[in-house]
Ligand binder design. Structure first.
Ligand code: UDP
Ligand code: MN
Length: 341
């Protein structure tokens, strides 16, 4: 066979491969926005209640929630808990109600290893602009390097406590073991000083009002990436050997924020910690760590209040007509640089 004779099929193969790669790339780039549009067409279920007076009320102001001001989203759950969206509530009413009831809030946040330098200062600074303004707030910063916690000027009625914790070797353990520290701190301190607790990831920034409308007995957050997806796409833990195993659930909750009365947050943290330790004993680890355990717990113990993804939005999802305000945004993630092991 001569070289010239072999050249023709080889050139053709190169062309076919090249065109296939280019077509695959085109399909990929076209399908991302198309998928995003598809997501937004997926209808959320409708709130079945006829009036907000039929809600399971966390407080008397909830009876004034306008469940019908938002036709584009789900405003209550099948167990009659409200889902809080812009336009449903009167901010001043919640401010007044919680001031007069004497509500006070403990905010827990962990900044361990490189996460402290990367995020803590901006997190606290933005929180002072937007989180529960007008109510007494105590920050509980859990860190392995207390000396590096930035000195932030706090508004009146707000204070900050630093709690030294060990730095687990694996980032998965840093994330999961927060449950134990939260529970211990509630028992030894928070329960004597605050009526409510909110637990936050540090890799986020407040950008709008995050006020007392978010306070309730047991509060969970709809994950920005999943609130418009069909249930079969939720990433619950599907391993029957894990104690976080969940076949079906109500929603996919995001572990970056959860809260409630100190009593109910302690119960949640204790239960999640117990099931995390049970998994360790059985040598398994849930697919999304503490988030998988949280989802299991909230399936068994329904939250009394849900926060819409306005309360923790990821701007990479683009503009959505149903997200009318950004109250808190995901900060950029630099896993390669920040996670230690
Ligand atoms: N965290 C930390 N140091 C670490 C890993 C995690 O302080 O090395 C804390 C931090 O508060 C972080 C949270 O654990 O926000 C959860 O981890 P991460 O934000 O990386 O999880 P993701 O948001 O990606 O699920
Ligand atoms: Mn995070």
């Amino acid at each position: 066979m001569t070289a010239a004779y072999r050249k023709i099929p080889r050139t053709r193969t190169v062309w076919i491969c090249g065109l296939s790669v280019i077509s695959a790339l085109c399909i990929f780039y076209i399908s991302i926005p198309a998928l995003k549009i598809l997501y937004s067409f997926w209808q959320m279920e409708k709130c079945p209640l006829e009036s907000s007076r039929m809600l399971n009320l966390d407080n008397r102001i909830d009876a004034e929630l306008d469940l019908f001001s938002r036709h584009d989203v789900q405003t209550c759950t099948s167990w009659s808990a409200p889902i809080i969206w812009q336009g449903m509530f009167e901010p001043d009413d919640y401010d007044q109600e919680h001031k007069s009831k004497g509500s006070s809030v403990a905010l827990t946040v962990f900044a361990i290893g490189r996460y402290l330098d990367a995020y803590l200062k901006e997190f606290l600074h933005s929180s002072e602009q937007h989180f529960m303004l007008g109510l007494p707030v105590t920050y509980y910063v859990f860190t392995d390097t207390p000396e590096k916690v930035p000195d932030i000027k706090l508004n009146p009625q707000r204070s900050l406590k630093i709690i030294q914790v060990e730095r687990h070797k694996r980032w998965q353990d840093i994330s999961m073991m927060r449950m134990k520290s939260i529970s211990e701190q509630i028992e030894s301190d928070i329960r004597h000083h605050s009526t409510h607790v909110f637990c936050f990831d540090v890799d986020q920034l407040f950008t709008g009002r995050f006020g007392p409308e978010a306070l309730g007995e047991s509060v969970a957050l709809l994950h920005a990436h999943y609130y418009r997806l069909p249930k079969w796409l939720y990433t619950y833990d599907r391993n029957p050997k894990s104690s976080a195993y969940l076949e079906t659930g109500d929603f996919y909750y995001h572990a970056a924020i959860f809260g409630g009365s100190w009593r109910s947050v302690k119960a949640l943290a204790d239960a999640c910690h117990r099931s995390i330790m049970q998994d360790k004993k059985n040598n398994v680890e849930a697919v999304w760590h503490d988030e998988s355990h949280l989802n299991k717990y909230l399936w068994l113990h329904k939250p009394s209040r849900l926060l819409s993804p306005e309360y923790c939005w990821d701007t990479s999802l683009g503009n959505r007509s149903d997200i009318q305000v950004h109250r808190l945004l995901w900060a950029p993630k630099y896993y390669n640089k920040l996670r230690i092991a």
